[in-house]
Design a protein around this ligand. Structure first.
Ligand SMILES: Nc1ncnc2c1ncn2[C@@H]1O[C@H](COP(=O)(O)OP(=O)(O)O)[C@@H](O)[C@H]1O
Ligand SMILES: [Mg+2]
Length: 332
């Protein structure tokens, strides 16, 4: 049987470039070479480049959706998207792949675009009966007044880009004097900024994926950061945060979280592996955000949850490709 040809998209131009490189390395290392032939393609600065074993760079041809290798067009059976943030997590790459007719491992265009927009996603989660923090959006060019914002969300509060990830541009703000710097920092990442109520609770994450058509929810993970919150440094510096899987919570709490995760996965029409993040306050679950291209590096939560659920990474990453090919074939 010929091998399944997988194009592995990595890189991107967002603040999550490094994370994407670590994720893709782990995916490449664990996709079974007996079954899959993986072609990593770096999307960066407008270029889409595949580097072959001898270091030669070959551009990915976006017209024919293929790579010209040894005088032949290599076409792909599946795309594995390992780009966090734009263009891999916000629907843009998904749109291209739909047109190209290549199935992919993530949510579709609509779900990716909607969930990557924290403001829209929050509003919809609220509509679905889930608890979310009070949030105000400021769009580029709009004026804002810190006193009025504080009246709505209280202090401390969180100020962050609406469409970004890995805590890039996120600040916890304790007083009105801190607003300007925090808002400017968030605007450096995105053209929309959120001012959000601080949720005081224990931070939790719960992954979920579809395996052979069945939705499977992973165990819950508790995130304990040594920093003031789970910022970029705490996320990617050894020893600054511990991620405890399964989370030290009661059986009932764990089952509530996992049920909520499955409920939202279905409501948002998710595909592939997705990680929902929450805060657990006095026995209440508050939804923080959803990551439709969660981290896959060896430090990341999803690989740890997959292992805790009894999967070998080879099996897990393979299942994502197989499911995408089974389920996600676009009908153009
Ligand atoms: N409203 C909030 N209340 C408490 N902590 C928050 C809040 N918003 C963000 N945080 C903290 O900041 C981190 C990053 O925020 P998040 O909204 O998840 O953005 P990102 O997409 O960059 O991960 C969270 O993991 C959490 O530690
Ligand atoms: Mg987050």
């Amino acid at each position: 049987m010929s091998k399944i040809k997988v194009v592995l998209f990595m890189g991107g131009d967002s603040g999550e470039y490094e994370v994407s490189m670590a994720s893709s390395k782990q995916i490449k290392n664990h996709l079974d070479p007996e079954k899959y032939k993986v072609y990593p393609v770096l999307i960066r600065g407008g270029n889409w480049l595949y580097t072959n074993e001898s270091g030669e760079q070959i551009p990915f041809d976006r017209n024919t959706h293929s790579l010209m290798i040894g005088g032949e067009h290599v076409k792909f059976d599946c795309a594995f998207i390992a780009i966090h943030g734009t263009p891999g997590e916000d629907g843009k790459l998904q749109g291209y792949l739909d047109i190209a007719g290549i199935p992919y491992t993530t949510c579709d265009v609509t779900t990716s675009a909607l969930t990557f927009n924290k403001y829209f996603c929050n509003d919809l989660a609220k509509q679905y009966g889930v608890k979310v923090a009070a949030t105000i959006i400021i769009r580029q060019g709009e004026t804002w007044n810190a006193d009025l914002l504080v009246k709505e969300v209280g202090l401390p509060c969180f100020i962050k880009p609406n469409k970004a990830g890995s805590s890039v541009g996120v600040s916890k703000v304790y007083d009105i004097a801190g607003f300007e710097i925090a808002i400017n920092k968030a605007f450096a990442e995105d053209d929309e900024v959120l001012v959000q109520q601080f949720i005081k609770g224990r931070e939790m994450a719960c992954g979920v994926f579809t395996n052979k058509g069945e939705v499977e929810v992973f165990p819950v993970t508790e995130v304990v950061s040594k920093n003031d919150f789970f910022d970029y440094q705490a996320k990617y510096t050894e020893g600054l945060a511990s991620e405890i899987t399964p989370a030290p919570i009661t059986k009932e709490q764990s089952s509530e979280c996992r049920q909520l995760t499955e409920y939202m996965y279905r409501k948002f029409n998710c595909k592939g592996v997705v990680r929902f993040d929450y805060f657990l306050t006095d026995n209440e679950w508050w939804f923080l955000e959803v990551n439709t291209v969660p981290g896959f590096s060896s430090e990341s939560i999803i690989p740890k949850q997959a292992k805790a659920a009894g999967y070998e990474l080879k099996q897990f990453f393979g299942a994502l490709v197989d499911e995408a090919m089974r389920e996600n074939t676009p009908n153009l």
